[in-house]
Design a binder for this molecule. Structure first.
Ligand code: IDP
Ligand code: MG
Length: 131
C-alpha cells in the first residue's frame, strides 16, 4: 500500500484543527498508520526541507515550523500521495480550491496548515526522517 507523510503545521495545531484535518483523510478512506506530536528542532527540519535550502522563504519557513508543536503522521491508501495533496489544496491559499484544507483554513503561503509529500520517493525519504 502506498504511504505518504503528513505534517499538521504549528498553525493547524494552535488553531485546534487536528481532529478536523485527520477526519478529512479518514473520511476519504485513508488510514493513519503512525502518528506523533513533537516540537521540531532545526536539525530535523533542515533534513525535511533540504530541497528548499537557499530559497527566499527558507528561514521564515524553518522559524515558523519551530514556532510550536506539530503532528507528524504516516497516511496509507491507494494513490495516497496524490489524494492527500488534493485534500490539502495548492501551496498558495489564494489558489487552493475551497473545500481543500488550505482553501478552507489558510490565509498565508508560509502558514498553510499542512504538509504532504510530493511523490512516493519523497514520502519514503521523509518517513525515514520522522519515524
Ligand atoms: P508544498 O508544501 O505544497 O509541497 P513547497 O513548494 O514544497 O509546497 O514549499 C514548502 C513550504 O514552504 C510550503 O508549504 C509553504 O509553507 C512554504 N512556501 C512555499 N513557497 C513559498 C513562498 O513563495 N513564500 C513563502 N513560503 C513558501
Ligand atoms: Mg513540498
Amino acid at each position: 500500500m502506498e504511504r505518504t507523510l503528513v505534517i499538521i503545521k504549528p498553525d493547524g495545531v494552535r488553531r485546534g484543527l487536528i481532529g478536523e484535518i485527520i477526519s478529512r483523510y479518514e473520511k476519504k478512506g485513508l488510514k493513519i498508520s503512525n502518528i506523533r506530536m513533537i516540537h521540531a528542532d532545526e536539525e530535523i527540519l533542515k533534513k525535511h526541507y533540504a530541497e528548499h535550502q537557499g530559497k527566499s522563504f527558507y528561514k521564515d519557513l524553518l522559524d515558523f515550523m519551530m514556532s510550536g508543536r506539530i503532528v507528524v503522521m504516516v497516511v496509507e491508501g491507494k494513490n495516497v500521495v496524490e489524494t492527500v495533496r488534493k485534500i490539502n489544496g495548492k501551496t498558495n491559499p489564494l489558489e487552493a480550491e475551497m473545500g481543500s484544507i488550505r482553501g478552507d483554513f489558510a490565509n498565508f503561503v508560509t502558514e498553510n496548515i499542512v504538509h504532504g509529500s510530493d511523490s512516493a520517493e519523497s514520502a519514503e525519504r521523509e518517513i525515514s526522517i520522522w519515524f
